[in-house]
Every structure is written in C-alpha cells, then in structure tokens.
Design a protein around this ligand. Structure first.
Ligand code: HEM
Length: 419
C-alpha cells in the first residue's frame, strides 16, 4: 500500500468528525517509527484522530494497552468492515479498498464463524513440519542466491527477500516452489498484493483465484501432506469457495510481512555496529536481530482494522458505532508508557507485531514465519560470508507506506561465488 498526500503532517481544519486530525498519508516515514509515533502520542494521546486517503476519518490506536484492549474485545471492536459509518464517502476505486472491502474470507468473519474458519487454518498449519519447512527454505534460498552469486552484487529486496517467503508459502499449500506454473502464480500474487506501475491487479487476482480453484480440485482428487489437503479434510467441512478465499488470505498474510521481516533484519545486521562489518564475527545473533526488528521496525506497522460495534469510550475519546480503528502496532511496541527509560525492545516476545486476541496472526503462523525468516537470513550470510551493504546506510530508503515497513531496495556486494 502506498500512501498519497502532502509531505508534512497537517491538521484538517473544519473536519466535523475529527477536528485537528492528522493526515496519515502525509506522515514522514523516513524516520524511525519510535520517534514518529512518540510525537503523535505526545500531541494526540493514546488514540489519535486521523484522516486516511481522501480525508476519510478514522482513529489510530497508539497505546500498548489500548491496542491490547481493542484486540481483546471483539464484542466492541469487530472485524466486519460492513459496519463502517463512512461507506457513503468512499469511492469504489479507493486505494485502501483491497484491505477494507468486505470479502467472505477468515479475515472478515466474526464469532463462531471466525472460530470455525481460523480453527481450520490453525490445524492445517500445525501439520507443517518445521524442520522440513526449514530444509525447503534452504533449498529455495540456494536457488535464489545461485541466480546472483556469480555477479558479486544484488538487490536483495526483489532477488531474495520477497521471492523466498512467497515460494515457501506456495509450497506449504501443495504446489512445487518453482516451475513455469508456480512462477506464473508467484508473479500474479505479487501483482495482486503489490501492483507496480502498468500492472493489472484485477486480472492477476482473477488468475490467482482460478489457479487456486484448480489446486483445490487437484487436492480433492489426490490429497497430499500440505495445507490445502488438510483444509479439505477438516471435519468443519469448508466449501471449496471458503477454502480458496482462506488460502489466498494465508498467502497474502504470509508474504509481505515475512519478506519485510527478512529485509529489515538484513538491514539491521548490515548497518548496526553490534552486528556489522563482519556479521559472522558480530556479538549479537540472527535470532536477536529478528526479535529486535519486531520491536523497532515491525513489518506490519499499522493494521486496518476494527470497526466499533456500538458507541463507546477509548483512551478518553468518544468512539461512535461504525467508526474505524487502525491498530498502531509499531506505536504500541514503542509506547513510552512501557519504555519509560527511552530504550525500546527486549529479548522477550511481548510486542504486538503479530497483533493480539481472536484475530491475531493465528498459531502457529508466527513460528512458521520465524523458520522462514531465520533460514533465509542465515542461508544468505552463510553462502555470502563477506556480504556488505553497497550503499551508505543513510542512502537506504523506506517504502512510502504507513502500513508496511520495508525498504525500497537493499543493494549489497560480496566476493563473486563461482558455481
Ligand atoms: C508463515 C507466515 C504467516 C502466515 C501463514 C500468516 C497468517 C495469517 C493469517 C491467516 C491471518 C488472519 C487471521 C485472522 O483474521 O483470524 C494473519 C493475521 C495477521 N498476521 Fe500473520 N501470517 C504470517 C506471518 C506474519 C508476520 C511475519 C507478521 C508480522 C511480523 C504477521 C502479522 C500479522 C498481523 C498483524 C495480523 C492481523 C491480526 C489482526 O487482525 O489483529 N504475520 N496472519
């Protein structure tokens, strides 16, 4: 998601719903999230009035305990976006539509129906053997690295960090991780999730749906040890249409955040003096870097969202029925109330990077994401032991998105490896 709007924070004079609201599209992304969200929190409190693209009002929940409260009370703050009180102000081509437009997938279900759908996903993901997943990720990493190892330089975002989790997720769902057919699906998924100039995301999404329909048909006839087959065999009896929707949700939910987790961790390892110069000689481990990124540069900075079921109060704000709340996960992780000394981050996993409550990133997805990300980073450092940044650290730029935290590119160089 790319934001548009002015380049500096701006108030929205005269906005009746949100006097003094902050235009989210105009925030300064090139600084650390902790600084940005500390400023917002100081000026607006734990729940800030904000304007989304097209000046549509919403609330940005910035406090650790407030995000915890919202996500733990789905009877008050629920997922079905059809209850939004702003639909009459939203054009069909609104940039955030792919993320808030209702779809009959696990993401927008509530109550018993959500438990049914999420239960199937959890059980299907529990069947993934983590050692085997690690081995498959190593193989994917080797193939990707081999494609650029001889040249002595690479742009790791496109050549590695985005490609690896996409292929791992496709393979988890029961397709080979490479080959022409998979390549077409991987390309179409990339276009539907993250369209570039000139791409046609609607056509690509149509092809993704058709490919998953075919996959479901194949797995009904010939089940295998994969997520799709386990979803089909689950006693909850999901329809083919429900399974296709949820497979797309699983892959979409897995790809971008895991790719940015890999890239943000590599950036930290290559730029921070506790890790850098020679990573293998660094004092902190890859595991510590992965955890530090979840506290400080979490891939899903903000998540849209929840919709208020009825009028209520939150962080001293009057929330109206049907209001939209954006979960400020990066802000919550760096909330000065939980880090009064200024230092942010801990060795534990008490961050909210995987959200919280009923709709949180479903167990065991965070563990699988950890296997994918850790294997990717370790494989790269092992295969290219003298890899260094091919730019000054301050030249690296973040994608201009308030939703995802990831780099526009990560150029590196290393001694060419002769295959
Ligand atoms: C193997 C990789 C992953 C898989 C299969 C996966 C799967 C999912 C699924 C199916 C959901 C929807 C849950 C629901 O609505 O009930 C979800 C939500 C989410 N995931 Fe993941 N995910 C993965 C990796 C990640 C990573 C790396 C992050 C960030 C560090 C992340 C953060 C989130 C967040 C913030 C949500 C939204 C939760 C909410 O609505 O409160 N996920 N994930």
């Amino acid at each position: 998601m790319t934001d548009t709007g002015s380049s500096s924070p701006a108030a929205a004079p005269g906005c009746p719903a949100h006097p003094g609201a902050v235009r989210l599209g105009g925030l300064e992304y090139q600084q650390t999230p902790s600084q940005l969200y500390r400023t917002l929190r100081r000026e607006h409190g734990a729940v800030a009035p904000v304007l989304l693209d097209g000046d549509v009002p919403a609330w940005l929940v910035l406090g650790y305990s407030e995000v915890g409260y919202v996500t733990a009370h789905d009877e008050l703050f629920a997922r079905d976006s059809r209850r939004w009180n702003q639909w009459e102000n939203i054009p069909a081509d609104w940039p955030l539509m792919p993320f808030v437009g209702y779809q009959p997938s696990v993401l927008f279900t509530e109550g018993a129906e959500h438990q049914r759908r999420a239960g199937v996903i959890t059980q299907a993901l529990e069947g993934v053997d983590q050692f085997e997943l690690g081995r498959e990720c190593e193989q994917i990493a080797d193939e990707l690295i081999a494609s650029f190892a001889g040249s002595g330089h690479a742009e790791l975002m496109s050549a590695f960090a985005h490609a690896l989790p996409m292929r791992a997720a496709v393979q988890m769902c029961g397709m080979p991780h490479s080959g022409t057919d998979t390549q077409q699906l991987v390309d179409d998924l990339r276009i539907s999730l993250d369209a570039a100039e000139g791409d046609d995301p609607v056509a690509a999404y149509g092809r993704v749906g058709a490919r998953f329909q075919q996959l479901v048909k194949e797995k009904r006839e010939k089940p295998g040890p994969d997520v799709t087959s386990r979803m089909l065999q689950h006693p909850a009896g999901l329809t083919d249409e429900e399974i296709i929707q949820d497979l797309i949700s699983i892959i979409a939910a897995a790809q971008q955040p895991t790719a940015n987790w890999i890239c943000n961790t590599l950036r930290l390892l290559l730029t921070d003096e506790r890790f850098a110069l020679n990573v293998s000689g660094g004092r902190l481990s890859v595991g510590e870097a992965l955890n530090e990124v979840l506290w400080l540069d979490t891939p899903t900075q903000n998540f849209i969202g929840r919709w208020a079921v009825r009028d209520t109060q939150l962080g001293g704000r009057q929330i109206r029925a049907g209001d939209c709340l954006v979960l400020g996960l990066a802000a919550a992780n760096t909330d000065p109330q939980i880090w009064p000394e200024g230092h942010v981050g801990a060795e534990n996993a008490a961050h909210l990077s995987f959200s919280n409550g009923e709709h949180r990133c479903p167990y065991p997805a965070p563990l699988l994401a950890d296997v994918i990300a850790r294997t990717a980073v370790e494989a790269l450092l092992e295969r290219l032991p003298d890899v260094v940044l091919d730019a000054e650290p301050h030249e690296l730029t973040w994608r201009p998105s308030i939703w995802m935290r990831g780099l526009t590119s990560l150029p590196v160089r290393f001694t060419p490896v002769v295959q």
